[in-house]
Design a protein around this ligand. Sequence first.
Ligand code: DC
Length: 216
Amino acid sequence: MTDTQKIVIAIDGPAASGKGSLARTLAAQFGYDFLDTGALYRRVALKCIENDIKPEEIDKITTVSADLSQNLHEKYDDSTLRNDKIGDMASIVAQIPQIRRNLDDFQRNFAKSAKKGAVLDGRDIGTVICPEADIKFFITASIEKRAERRTLELQSRGIEAKQSTVLAEMRERDLRDSIRLNEHLKPDHDCHVIDTSDMTPQEVLDTATKIIKDRS
Ligand code: DC
């Protein structure tokens, strides 16, 4: 561990793998600080959409992210960010290296300044943001299972969703994320890979909890 008291947990993986719920629940369970780093990219995306900035207007997107990076510590209602339009734009802005750099410091400081512990979830936490994390998880699941989960989630929120369409969009998103992040999206050599395809959320939580407790 980084010191006697503190623990940093990095949780990476593709969309709808279950990494977000796992990260949130683990943080609550252990009393650690939690950061959903996808929400940072989504906040940049939302600002771009609100200001009618197009994906090709890289200078404008960079300015948005630089401005936002000064205010990221302010409380924000992340529930407004969870829709596919913002998710798609987030995936596009996340391809711009300068945008990633503008968001790096905040993420690193978040992990560094946590008192008891920090759980960060994203795509490059264990590889780029916190390569020294005490425990790294790579949460994955088959694309069919992830599409099924995302469809059910959308439907439960009253949003019309067809699994075949969700699957096609997810393939596109996976491809875009993997091209940009290349080796960073892959599990790091020292991470615990959990394939959640045939697991319940409780089983995933129990597996991760055991790994953390065994490590302490
Ligand atoms: O996890 P999410 O769906 O909220 O992430 C939105 C997009 O942001 C996703 O397409 C990939 C990108 N992202 C990233 O590039 N790096 C991160 N650490 C987190 C998210």
